[in-house]
Design a binder for this molecule. Structure first.
Ligand code: PEP
Length: 245
């Protein structure tokens, strides 16, 4: 098994150029061997980063290549400012900006075609979980992506399982709850291709912090985390990266 361990920070609409500088300095002397740290910054700061000891990611991308789409950034633009990763399908984009499974699938396709690695987010609401429809819901999210990009496209993605009820709420899924879903996702992928199922990096996201990370990352099918709030605190984010080493 040669899955990569990854810890990706998602700054959302937070931070400024001074915080970016703090992270550049704070990471300068780090030498992680197993874990690859990624920071998904607000897109205006991507171009300010040089010689970082972490990889760069964006938080969103347009499914279009160019044209009259005010406020959007294309895959080519993100690549131009050295982003290697892009979060696609985050629940905040799904909920607040009404991004459908179909739009998300188009974004995945555009990113993969351009050589960006999508961090493809899936996850259920508490209502869906409690209604017993969680696995069907996750299946729909995964299936609509596979229909567009094929299982070969999934091979080029990182998947992030982010239960909506755990994002920004301080409620972390228990390691057992998270492992159950990660294992379900891997079994789902195995129906298409067992090698891809084994090798796909699947991150957990939802109020991960320095205290919860070690046990979460020790689960068999959890390959690191997608971290929101705690990724804004340099010391804690470094501790979370360390927990994935
Ligand atoms: C996220 O934004 O993807 C996230 C998981 O946020 P938080 O860690 O703050 O819950």
């Amino acid at each position: 098994m040669d899955r990569k361990m990854i810890v990706a920070g998602n700054w959302k609409l937070n931070g400024d150029r001074f915080l970016v500088q703090d992270f550049l300095t704070g990471f300068a002397d780090t030498s992680f061997t197993k874990v690859s740290p990624i920071l998904c910054l607000p897109s205006v700061y991507l171009a300010t980063v040089q010689d970082a000891n972490f990889a760069l990611g964006a938080q969103n991308v347009s499914e279009h290549t160019s044209g009259a789409f005010t406020g959007e950034s294309s895959v080519a633009m993100l690549k131009d400012v050295n982003a290697e990763y892009v979060i696609i399908g985050h629940s905040e984009r799904r909920e607040l900006y009404k991004e459908s499974n179909q739009v998300i699938a188009k974004k995945l396709s555009a990113a993969i075609d351009a050589g960006l690695t999508p961090i493809f987010c899936v996850g259920e609401s508490l209502e869906t979980r409690e209604s017993g429809a969680m696995f069907d819901f996750l299946t729909d999210q995964l299936l609509s992506a596979i229909t567009e990009i094929g299982i070969a496209g999934i091979d080029k993605c990182i998947i992030a399982y982010e239960p909506i009820w755990a994002i920004g709420t301080g409620l972390t899924a228990t390691p057992a709850q998270a492992q159950e879903v990660h294992s379900f996702i891997r079994e789902f992928l195995a129906e298409y291709d067992t090698d891809i199922a084994t090798n796909t990096t699947i991150l957990y996201g939802g109020s991960v912090n320095a205290a919860s990370a070690p046990e979460l990352f020790a689960q068999q099918d959890i390959d690191g985390g997608l971290v929101g709030g705690a990724s804004l605190k340099l010391k804690e984010f470094l501790e979370i990266c360390q927990a994935a080493e």
